[in-house]
Design a protein. Sequence first.
Length: 129
Amino acid sequence: MLFHTFSSQNERRNFGGSCFVEFQYCTLSRDKTIDIIVNEVNHWNNSSLYLHGDDMNEFWNTYKEIFTNGCYNNGKYGIVDMYGINYYSPQETANIIEKLSENKPRDYEILLQWLEKSEKFNGFYILGI
């Protein structure tokens, strides 16, 4: 399984320490500027979805064509950066949901269910290792 959820940070630490890529909802209001959004990030939320570092290559090979047009913390956009901050707006999230539903890559159901809950947030982040 590529994606994991944890009920506590102790559970996450016991499973794999801190070697995770974190998928995190953006809880900032939609009126915030992109500069604020990509630079005011907190890590290790219990509502996050996690990808263990050992699975990064498989994720990259499977999902790199789906996670495009993320905003980095330098304000540039591109393909998912597994070692940095990637922000996906609500519109980009909708595009990703559509691509997942069409392509159905490995373990997409878990990711899709998590992303569908992001509608009440201001998109989401992928926070690299």
